[in-house]
Design a protein around this ligand. Structure first.
Ligand code: FE2
Length: 230
């Protein structure tokens, strides 16, 4: 399995506090069957350079090899919507053309559709990070349809499906799965004990709704690291 959204790099944001925490997260993930994590620290403005991020990825991979943890970390970022267009050319996931975009937690900006269109016009595919946890979308998940129409992809959080993020997020995640509107399942883990880097439980629950094969596809980084299905 591949986790496309995880705050595993140490000391860059509110994710892993230090290298020890990163190693612990990687061990939990590897034990769960995750072989690759795309590291996605929050990018809220010019918080860090791409060079710094790439160096942190190389350093963590070296550390994981030294500790014999069978997991690869790739470059990425979780980009706030208001800077998405300006950083899109530099911070796509694993140097693909897919950008992980985070909207404000409580509402959907009125220009969300224009933002998705602007990114698509630049041949970037925006992946909306955990919309089921957005207060407005949690209540009105159908609001995402207008964004899907113009080419957005959807990533939901594993712990939303397992119920740890609350009943509204769980209901919304299930609604989106039932409507075939989920493209990726990711942990959004921030620490060994804060949204654990575990995908298998959520895959099993998703399989009850969309079937085993479709559920497996949600953790294959389709389009990012493997070809898009025809
Ligand atoms: Fe995140």
């Amino acid at each position: 399995m591949i986790d496309i959204h995880c705050h595993i790099l140490p000391g860059l944001d509110d994710g892993a506090l230090d290298t020890e925490a990163s190693i612990a997260m990687a061990r939990i993930a590897a034990k769960d069957g995750i072989h690759t994590i795309i590291a996605t620290p929050h990018l809220t403005s010019a918080t860090f350079s791409k060079k710094k991020l790439l160096e942190a990825v190389v350093q963590l991979n070296t550390t994981l090899q030294r500790h014999k943890v069978p997991l690869t970390v790739l470059f990425g970022a979780e980009v706030q919507a208001h800077i998405a267009v300006s950083v899109a050319d530099y911070f796509c996931l694993a140097e693909s053309s897919f950008l992980l975009v985070e909207f404000p937690p409580s509402y959907l900006p009125v220009d969300a559709r224009e933002l998705i269109t602007a990114l698509r016009n630049r041949s970037i595919t925006p992946i909306i990070a955990h919309p089921e946890r957005n207060i407005q979308i949690g209540r009105e998940p159908w609001q995402l349809t207008t964004l899907l129409e113009v080419g957005a992809k959807i990533q939901i959080t594993a712990e939303s499906i397992t119920g740890k993020m609350g009943i509204t997020a769980k209901n919304c995640a299930e609604y989106l799965l039932q409507n075939g509107q989920v493209h990726y399942l990711a942990t959004d883990s921030h620490a060994p004990g804060f949204r654990e880097p575990i995908l298998s439980k959520a895959v099993k629950l998703a399989a009850r709704i969309i079937g085993e094969e479709q559920a497996r596809q949600l953790v294959m980084a389709t389009g990012i690291l493997s070809p898009l299905a025809a």
